[in-house]
Write a protein that binds this ligand. Sequence first.
Ligand SMILES: NC(=O)c1ccc[n+]([C@@H]2O[C@H](COP(=O)([O-])OP(=O)(O)OC[C@H]3O[C@@H](n4cnc5c(N)ncnc54)[C@H](O)[C@@H]3O)[C@@H](O)[C@H]2O)c1
Length: 358
Amino acid sequence: MERKVKVGIIGCGFIANAHFLGYRSNPCADVVAVADSVASAAEKFAQRYGIPKWYSNMEQLLEEGGVEAVSICTPHPSHAEIAVMAAQRKKHILVEKPMACNLDEAEEMIKAANEANVKLMVAFVNRFVAPFREAKQLIDAGALGNIVMLRSHRWGWIPWSEWYYDPKGGGGLLPDRFCYGVDFARWLTGSEIDEIFVYGDAMVHTEARKKFGRDFIDNAKILMKMKNGVIASAEESYSCRFGYYERVEVLGSDGLIIADPFKHDMLTLFTTKSNTEASFFEGLPYSPGWNWPDMVHFPLKEKVWGSFAAETKHFIDCILNDHEPLVTGKDGKAAIEGVLAAMESYRKGEPVKLPFNI
Ligand SMILES: NC(=O)c1ccc[n+]([C@@H]2O[C@H](COP(=O)([O-])OP(=O)(O)OC[C@H]3O[C@@H](n4cnc5c(N)ncnc54)[C@H](O)[C@@H]3O)[C@@H](O)[C@H]2O)c1
């Protein structure tokens, strides 16, 4: 019989549902306990999914819940304390993004997990979204030649809970969304960031700007110069009330990838392999690049929601097979560093060099 990893979920808000459904689809995982500092939230969540134990105190879950792994699905400022506590009790950890609010917290989490010899994985679900995963494989296989530019964007509406966008409480557009922008840039270019520059402003949520001050922004465009020379950018928005839309484009010397989980053709590769030498301006002479591109579509049927099943499955596989997770504490820490540098650039209105710490 397959061994089942007993899992506890800490924090029973929005994303906890995605973690639970991911684990439930996995024959090797069993969510046996949940905790939330609001007792009624834990109780309701446990009742909704038929989870046997619920707690209003996460220490109690760690001590009595009978779990060997936890998903941390609480607000950012609580991640570090919970993760360290879990590691000290020898629990494997899947922690939501961003892994912490600053580099010291991230380092403490990495140290605690190393000392306890438990897995520490950061929930950058982008790594498990089918078209992004496919894009990475094509890039690694050399389909694009040398990468020259990359851009990603996450356009959505302001989140449901205020802690998300209160900059004093560790929230804000950049920690919440741009942590993904950093991860895409590092992951797909295979390079660290050299320098960051940000334009940002509060353009729609003016009440929140009044309440939280200049550090509150709802739109930002971030430029990153990577150490290997690639020019990358990210766009983050809390102003898109029409639905969440995320997309990544990577341009190389031999091809272009558009990875778009929100369209049916979720990944498109432009190549030069079979270019027709005919201009797209009828009657004009052909000149390289002024032709209809040769496009290969990869219609990936996997739903975006499926990425949470893939993410939690990977975490469980790492525990069962003693593998290093695809997204490590080092990746989580690098994302925080990028976010902090971006916040500094926004405040000062000038480019900021990495490594960066405040
Ligand atoms: N991967 C994704 O696509 C994605 C999407 C949404 C949120 N997230 C991340 O998930 C995390 C949680 O976000 P959410 O939207 O579920 O938040 P939420 O506000 O919906 O829920 C948070 C829950 O945690 C509880 N809580 C707060 N402090 C706690 C503590 N110290 N101990 C135990 N419980 C506590 C709250 O009572 C609440 O029920 C954040 O890190 C967020 O960035 C990721």
